[in-house]
Design a protein around this ligand. Structure first.
Ligand code: TPP
Length: 319
């Protein structure tokens, strides 16, 4: 969580300084839930289908910091070879499919990966997580992917984050059911709600859902409630978010809640937390210093074919 927050604060500064081109989308306020999801998964075995606000899940899953910086700075050495500027990066061979921007679409991708593995007899007790915002649950792709997963009883964890706004569209204009989790019943899947600002609760609910999926109980739907503590992207001042909501319990900062609990329970001291912060800052500064010296793609030497062509790809499908 700390690494993600500090990294994203750095990315926001770089964006404001004009050092990053394109959009910068942050997961501020979502770190507890996101990290809880990432740390339940085993790299190389499980699948993590991310959304734009999952820096914490990526780090908890084991994505190197280098991948993030190389993508933001357009380094040719990055996983997307300098062709993407922010979050559409991945390591498909290790279980991190590159994120598709079209919201909802990752549902079918991860369901399909799980289904393919099952047909090939190599699924074992692996699970797949798809993270999605409440707005994403209004798409057709979400419905199609989840319905397939439910019918096939695939070990898919549908991790919904209700951060109250889909860009500037409030919940009241997004869905008509009382609570999003009511939809789990319609799909015939297990459903859970969780306070997304509370790390301990997130760990409890996410670990239960992941265990149930591993045990063969089919898709698990979680709805975490919290507030997006930034704009949709760093270009957005989020002036449409009412102050009353910011002051309410949904607007709590999960970082502050986690730190207070950790110290109160004696799991760590304030001095230790400060030293972890310093460690994160140092790793981030070192990685950034390295990546800023790396070259961008040379347009005359690059093959501009899609990254999915065999010469350029990780070769996942060549196995
Ligand atoms: C199919 C599709 N429609 C619209 C967009 C543009 N878009 C990107 S993120 C976003 C808002 C998503 O809201 P939500 O799913 O609630 O997630 P949040 O951004 O709140 O975390 C929109 C409209 C898109 N990427 N894909």
């Amino acid at each position: 969580m700390l690494m993600s927050r500090i990294l994203e604060d750095k990315l926001a500064s770089l964006y404001r300084a004009g050092r990053l081109v394109g959009g910068v989308y942050l997961g501020k306020g979502q770190e507890a839930y996101s990290a809880a999801l990432g740390c339940q998964l085993t790299k190389g075995k499980d699948i993590l289908g991310t959304f734009i606000r999952d820096q914490a899940a990526r780090i908890a899953w084991g994505e190197p910091l280098l991948d993030a910086f190389r993508t933001y700075f357009g380094s040719v050495l990055g996983p997307m070879r300098g062709r993407d500027g922010n979050v559409h990066r991945g390591r498909p061979k290790e279980g991190l499919p590159a994120m598709i921007s079209h919201i909802g679409s990752m549902t079918g991708v991860v369901a399909g990966m799980l289904f393919a593995r099952r047909l090939q007899g190599r699924l074992g007790d692996a699970v797949g997580v798809v993270t999605i915002g409440e707005g994403g649950t209004s798409t057709g792709a979400f419905h199609e992917g989840l319905n397939l997963a439910a019918v096939e009883k695939l070990p898919l964890i549908m991790a919904i984050t209700n951060n109250q706004f889909s860009y500037s569209t409030a919940n009241s204009r997004q869905f008509a059911c009382e609570n999003l989790i009511d939809r789990a019943k319609g799909y015939g899947v297990d459903g859970y709600t969780v306070d997304g600002t509370d790390l301990v609760e997130c760990l409890r609910v996410v670990s239960t859902a992941v265990r149930r999926a591993r045990e063969g109980h089919g898709p698990q739907m979680i709805v975490a409630s919290l507030l997006r503590l930034s704009g949709h992207g760093e270009h957005d001042d989020a002036s449409y978010i009412p102050d009353a909501m910011k002051q309410s319990s949904v607007g709590r900062d999960c970082m502050v809640v986690a730190e207070q609990r950790l110290i109160a329970e004696g799991w760590g001291t304030a001095a230790e937390v400060e030293s972890w912060r310093a460690e994160c800052r140092s790793a981030i500064e070192k990685t950034m210093a390295q990546v800023t010296k790396e070259p961008a793609p040379d347009p005359f030497k690059e093959s501009w074919r899609a990254l999915s062509t065999p010469e350029l790809a990780e070769g996942m499908w060549l196995e």
